[in-house]
Design a protein around this ligand. Sequence first.
Ligand code: BGC
Length: 555
Amino acid sequence: MYIKSFLFLIFSVSLYANAWWEGKVVYQVYLRSFQDSNNDGIGDIPGLISRLDYLQSLGVDALWLSPIHKSPDYDFGYDVKGYFSIHPALGTHQDFQQLTLQANKRGIKIMMDLVINHTSDQHPWFLASKSSKSNPKRNWYIWSDGKGNQPPNNWRSRLDESSWVYDESSNQYYQHSFFKEQPDLNLRNPEVQKEIEKIMHFWLERGVSGFRLDLANYYMKDAGLRDNPATNSWSKWFQSSVYAYMGQEHLYDKNHPDLANFYRKLRTIADNHNALLLGEVDVDDGEQAIYAARSVSNQTKGTGLHLSLHRDFISNKFSAEGLENIITEHEALMPRDIPMVVTFNNHDHQRFSTTHTAAETRLAALFTLTSKGFPVLYYGEEIGLKDAYVPQALGKDPLPRIMWKPAYFAQIGRDGCRTPMHWDNTAYAGFSKVEPWITFDKEGAVSVEEQEQDAKSLLNFYKKLISLRKQHVALAKGKQTLYKTGIKNLLIFKREYKDQTIWVAMNFSPANWISLNTQITPENILASTHPQTTNLTELGPMQAVITTKIPSPTL
Ligand code: BGC
């Protein structure tokens, strides 16, 4: 028994040590908007293949593709209709094979979005499940009788509707955590679990190097379907006046302790293929469960998810103090040497450049690629792409239509951050030769073509930062020490690996200069947000530097 556990430990430690993702950079491709190859206005796999040279020149190590399976596209692929299929608008299995081949040739791995908390309501499994109470697939989803003429319990979907939809023909309700068009799978059912394992094997055998697990902390619900208790947080109670979902402690509809067993199964499969499990952990600020969810993810002795994808950097204020707090909280949560995922952009939130200045965008890039973290970039952030204005009448995402609430409206429209990549300044930005599937900002001032020519561009800054990570192991996987200087707006941290030490100093003040009490010669500067040709003795407003010389700052 002891020998078995010992061998298992050695096996997992050695696997983790060889993990391909350690120190690497992932780039999220929202496929529909990356590159169209067949002029239907929708980005596709062959289009992505044609841009692999660009991605190689950027220096990213892996691509996470938004869902590629057949889907009625109510939620643009996050409503899967066939897990072994490829959406005809996006390509074919042959295209996918080419993609992995061509990407791997360039040293780039391919990761897929695995959406298993729910399927589309058009998925044959759900159609069968819904067809009658006695159908063998009935129990593949979560069905229940109501309480009188009320739903089975008080759970709410993320869209703030009841989590239950009444089905007249069987006089029962089915449960959904997101849109009602996305019924939740019953992942407690061993048959469903088997099917998920099959899906993972299928894609791993086709060259996938990891999965981004959609809504990974929602997989298990309370078997007794108990009501969630009311929140005991004042701030959540206050928010619940416009978003009732916040009025509950989500004890029974997510972050469930039984996740651990299920994660263990997924982890075994992934580890056997040296594949990464990057699980989306969707929790709100101050939610106690954040601790539970993340510890399940990362602290269960090599049996949980490898890394957890969260919104900390997206939801919190971008400032020295804000970042320091996130790092400190992460360090307290993760006693083991697990990097936190650092990401400021994704397909669900306004792009960072939309709501921040160009100087802040550079600081965020520098932080993303130098702090002890696992950077996940979102297509277009490297050129400072901003959200396009998509009028509601032309909107594609159903979310704002369902959840329209003045207080939340600005934050919840997801179309703006999903618009086509700007490759050049031609009519459709080099994305397509026809009108794209989603309206976009034709006047957008940024493009890859332009920025490639300009040595000082944001794109070239990203390239520089990524290549620094590759050249300096301390930046990629070194230990991190945060320095508490007591100086407002200043963030300083040290990265070390064996005898390599690198300092990162960031001044977030828009007005003040901070003295470094030392002279950093240009040779000791690896990179800076501002070009530096003479000795650096102080940091200007919004300036950051990556240096091999120790700064000891004062105001
Ligand atoms: C994805 C969203 C999606 C939702 C439901 C999320 O967390 O990132 O884009 O709509 O899950 O699948």
